[in-house]
Design a protein around this ligand. Structure first.
Ligand code: ZN
Length: 493
């Protein structure tokens, strides 16, 4: 349950695991700030080399371009250092064994050190984020668990616990470093400590069997401490940079089919879009829209509740223009994955891989946008996919413009398949709480999530969606309903 990062399964039809891992790795290694930085990357291959398009929520920092260029040139050197050229094999089935030369290992280590050096602040932040709980709960909790249970363990369980003890030793060194990080040499040392010594452990995290051992441990520690410490998730984050490094080696340097990618690198930065927009929502318009949206609202209390939370949110987050009676939002930024989607739809000449790498999970609105675009894409139009969705909703998320008639199609799909559905859930969940006799068993997790204790797995549970005011839903829906009423065109479900 805790590992279900992707809650909505609409867009899992992208199955090329290798380009997915590669693109996500490229986006992740560009992060240098400890917080609040998100990067999206696309990759097009030509016979001359590769073109990377990169977007950030704000302007792309020039040092990222230098870093990426250096990473590509190092990957090229690593490939050239192999004793014999790579052979063509089915890379989806097996990873070709690279025939390493005398300098390969030191070149790899140089690249690893550079990757950790560039993203050091982020790595430190990940490591230290749960240090206190790791030291005061996991360490003694696991020790107590081992003392109580080790006599009943199978050999496999005992071996896994031994591996875990090694990991505890390593974590002490890493914590000490992260609290007072030294010069570049030490960063390199920590990079190889985490990456090489924990190799077995990193494999174990990917392996189903040990993943369930970690889940078991999470529960065992939770007996001592609640809420449960998200052990697997924490370790996966700490090891993520090492895994991305592996992915770059496997999917570029040692990949036969990606050879052309290393010929020449062109990097295009996509400019951010900051936009001002307005909500044409007054209290009475909102109320009317909600009533016409869902006949199920029989309870005035529910309606009052949704209306007042929404208006309250608006007055706090947007500026009310008393002359026009409209709430205005200034300087909202289009999210970086949506910037790339827009760029490629407006410049279809050289389509990239259909997967856009992002350095973190997408917000709910971006996820819905990609899904809505894919569902409206015409024959011959490429679909685009991204990482899973953390379900958080940023109510002031601006919908990027793609030009007509695409905008109309995408927005209509967004409303029909996502925003309206979510709004219905919101109204229904409020109805349920107000004691309605609704017996609808929702397959969505919204209702279930509210009744469970909130466990902080670092992701945003679905109920966030139901408690935030749905400005976009309401704004988009009221516009949609008004248009529908005017043209008397029914929903084309
Ligand atoms: Zn987003």
């Amino acid at each position: 349950m805790a590992f279900m990062f992707v809650r909505r399964q609409a867009e899992v039809s992208f199955t090329d695991k290798r380009s997915k891992a590669l693109l996500d790795a490229l986006a992740a290694i560009c992060i240098s700030k400890p917080k609040k930085q998100v990067i999206a990357i696309s990759l097009s291959l030509t016979s001359e080399g590769s073109i990377l398009c990169i977007a950030e929520n704000s302007s792309v920092s020039p040092k990222i371009l230098t870093h990426l260029a250096s990473v590509f040139s190092q990957l090229k050197e690593i490939r050239s250092s192999l004793q014999s050229p790579l052979q063509e094999v089915n890379e989806d089935m097996n990873t070709p064994q690279s025939d390493k030369g005398s300098t390969t290992a030191s070149l790899e280590s140089q690249l690893l050190g550079d990757i950790f050096g560039f993203s050091m602040l982020k790595f430190q932040q990940r490591l230290l984020k749960r240090k206190h709980r790791f030291e005061t709960e996991v360490r003694p909790g696991m020790h107590a668990y081992a003392t109580a249970k080790s006599s009943e363990w199978t050999r496999g369980e005992a071996e896994d616990y031994k591996k875990f003890e090694k990991l505890l030793e390593m974590s002490s060194i890493c914590f000490e470093w992260a609290e007072s990080p030294g010069p570049g040499l030490i960063v390199r040392h920590i990079a190889s400590l985490v990456t090489d010594n924990a190799l077995e452990w990193r494999d174990a995290i990917k392996d189903e069997g040990t993943t369930s051992r970690l889940s078991q441990w999470e529960m065992e520690i939770a007996i001592f401490q609640t809420p449960a410490f998200p052990l697997r998730r924490y370790l996966a984050k700490v090891f993520s940079l090492s895994n991305h490094f592996d992915s770059l080696l496997r999917n570029v340097a040692y990949s036969f089919r990606m050879g052309p990618a290393l010929k020449m690198l062109t990097i295009k930065t996509i400019d951010p879009i900051h936009t001002n927009f307005a909500f044409h929502v007054s209290e009475s318009v909102l109320r009317e829209s909600l009533i016409s949206f869902d006949n199920a609202i029989v309870n005035n209390e529910t309606l009052d509740d949704v209306v007042s939370t929404t208006m309250d949110y608006l007055s706090r987050s947007a500026q009310f223009n008393s002359a026009t009676g409209i709430y205005e939002v200034c300087d909202a930024h289009v999210h970086c994955e949506a910037l790339l989607l827009r760029h490629h739809l407006l410049n279809p000449g050289l389509p990239p891989f259909p997967y856009i790498g992002v350095s973190k999970l997408c917000c709910y609105a971006c996820h819905a946008l990609f899904d809505a675009y894919n569902k409206t894409a015409g024959p011959g139009e490429q679909k685009y996919y991204t990482k899973g969705c953390h379900n958080k909703l940023y109510p002031l998320w601006p919908i990027p413009e793609f030009g007509e008639p695409r905008d109309e199609r995408i927005r209509s799909k967004l409303v029909q398949e996502h925003f309206a559905v979510e709004l219905a859930k919101l109204l229904k969940s409020k109805n349920t709480r107000a004691g309605s006799d609704s017996t609808d068993v929702s397959t969505g997790s919204a209702d279930a999530a509210t009744s469970k204790p909130v466990v902080d797995y670092g992701m945003y549970p679905c109920h966030v969606v139901t408690t935030l005011p749905h400005l976009h839903y309401i704004d988009a829906i009221s516009a949609h309903l008004a248009a529908a009423r005017k043209s008397r065109v029914g929903s084309n479900s």
